[in-house]
Design a protein around this ligand. Structure first.
Ligand code: GTP
Length: 425
């Protein structure tokens, strides 16, 4: 749902971008009629400012501005003639930088070849009060009256720079506060009679320039992309944090479970009454012995022992006393066997001792030692004896060796109990 929203927003943004570009290209047109908005005072502007003698009149009718002038050649200044038209409404100049072109409908009647100079005078107060002359010459063609001048092609003529030599940016066109439009004859200074008729001067452009539009569009894309990127990164950061916490929790739970499993595994292998290995522990021990400790060449011995007449102990002293006897017997045996030997409760009052790396003779002697020790001790306040079956085994046939040991134990029982029977006998 969230990704759909993001895709939808980017789709909308894409559509809006394309629509805006098309609109900017075919629409968004703005125009400013310099003749309509101005207070329309047109005045003669000629070489008389420099001491020349050209003379003429400026008149206006039906929105036109007409100049009739006799250009009089002279030897001391450039002869020219023209007019200046005030285009500022209520002293507020026109910011022409918003426009792309100046469309002029103008006729220039002159008997000689000449250019028509178009000026846009920019009123400036810094660093001093002056009118910057932004100028563009027009090549007048016979029969043509409509001219389109690119606003960006206006430049400051060298005579103006010469007049204001103090400003670093003096040569740059500035058209942010244009107050006057001026048309004058051009470079041809021959004496002649000229007529200039200005019918319209229209600035045209776009409400939003291409540059502005691209800037806005790119800014929108950057903002939207940054917004979703940050949101995505924050989401990833939070989910990775949550995953990390979950993983840590799982790890802790796993560790706990592993400890519990180890404990349960130990409990499962241990006889709860005596604390020695049970049959499950024997299986584990067999695996361990086969895999780790014993190779086939090793010889081990088994001592299978059983408390004699244990039923009577239970019957005479109670089951709890019987338990006590079993626990005390195990304690005694545990204290006597080696660390590498294993003591297993096979069930009831039967126990198996696996004597690793022990020959039959030594195991028989050990069994005899246990028998004697038990018979001569008072265990849990009870005088007990045990019968023993001893045999030798190799790791590969432990099960059959247990059966053999059990057989010798049975033999010991049959032979009167409190004795050791083995293969040796
Ligand atoms: N107190 C106690 N008694 C047990 C336990 N496990 C088995 N027994 C008892 O041990 C007795 C074993 O009796 P039997 O199998 O007849 O053997 P026995 O009386 O020792 O006679 P022999 O083995 O022939 O000398 C039974 O009465 C069982 O109930 C135990 O964990 N605690």
């Amino acid at each position: 749902m969230r990704s759909l929203n993001v895709a939808g927003i980017f789709l909308l943004l894409g559509i809006a971008t394309v629509a805006l570009m098309i609109w900017q290209h075919v629409g968004m047109n703005i125009q400013h009629n310099l003749l309509a908005d101005a207070s329309r005072t047109a005045t003669l502007f000629s070489d008389r400012i420099n001491g020349g003698t050209s003379a003429g009149t400026v008149s206006g009718s039906d929105g036109d501005v007409t100049l009739q002038c006799n250009v009089n050649h002279n030897d001391f200044t450039h002869a020219f003639c023209g007019f200046t038209l005030n285009v500022a409404a209520r002293n507020q100049g026109v910011d022409i930088t918003r426009f792309n072109t100046l469309e002029l409908d103008v006729e220039y009647e002159t008997p000689v070849n000449d250019t028509l100079l178009v000026y846009l005078l920019n009123k400036e107060y810094q660093p001093e009060e002056r009118e910057r002359a932004n100028m563009q010459p027009l090549n007048i063609l016979a029969g043509k009256s409509s001219y389109s001048i690119s606003v960006s092609s206006f430049f400051v003529p060298s005579w103006w720079i010469y007049q204001f030599p103090r400003d670093d940016l003096q040569g740059q066109a500035n058209m942010k506060n244009v107050t006057k439009l001026r048309l004058t004859t051009g470079d041809n200074a021959q004496s002649r009679s000229v007529k200039i008729v200005l019918r319209s001067a229209i600035l045209s452009g776009k409400a939003i320039s291409k540059t502005q539009m691209y800037f806005m569009v790119i800014a929108c894309w950057i903002i939207v992309t940054a917004f979703f990127s940050i949101r995505l990164l924050l989401g990833l950061y939070h989910s990775s944090k949550a995953h990390k916490a979950k993983n840590l929790k799982l790890h802790a739970e796993n560790s706990q479970l592993y400890v519990e499993k180890q404990k349960l595994s130990e409990v499962a292998k241990t006889d709860p009454l005596t604390g020695v290995l049970n049959r499950a522990g024997l299986t584990h021990a067999m695996l361990m012995l086969k895999l780790n400790d014993i190779d086939n060449s090793d010889t081990h011995s088994l001592i299978y022992l059983d408390v004699d007449h244990f039923k009577k102990i239970n019957d005479n002293f109670g089951h709890d006393k019987g338990d006590e006897v079993l626990v005390a017997l195990c304690d005694m045996l545990k204290a006597s066997i080696r660390h590498s030997d294993l003591l297993i409760r096979m069930g009831g009052e039967e126990f198996l001792i696996i004597c690793t790396h022990t020959m039959l003779g030594d195991a028989s002697q050990l069994a005899e030692k246990f028998r004697n020790q038990i018979a001569s001790s008072i265990i849990a306040d009870i005088d007990i004896t045990c019968s023993f079956g001893v045999t030798e085994c190799r790791s590969s046939n432990l099960q059959s060796a247990i059966a053999r040991a059990d057989k010798y134990l049975y033999q010991a029982k049959q032979s009167g109990r409190n004795q050791v029977c083995s293969t040796l006998a």
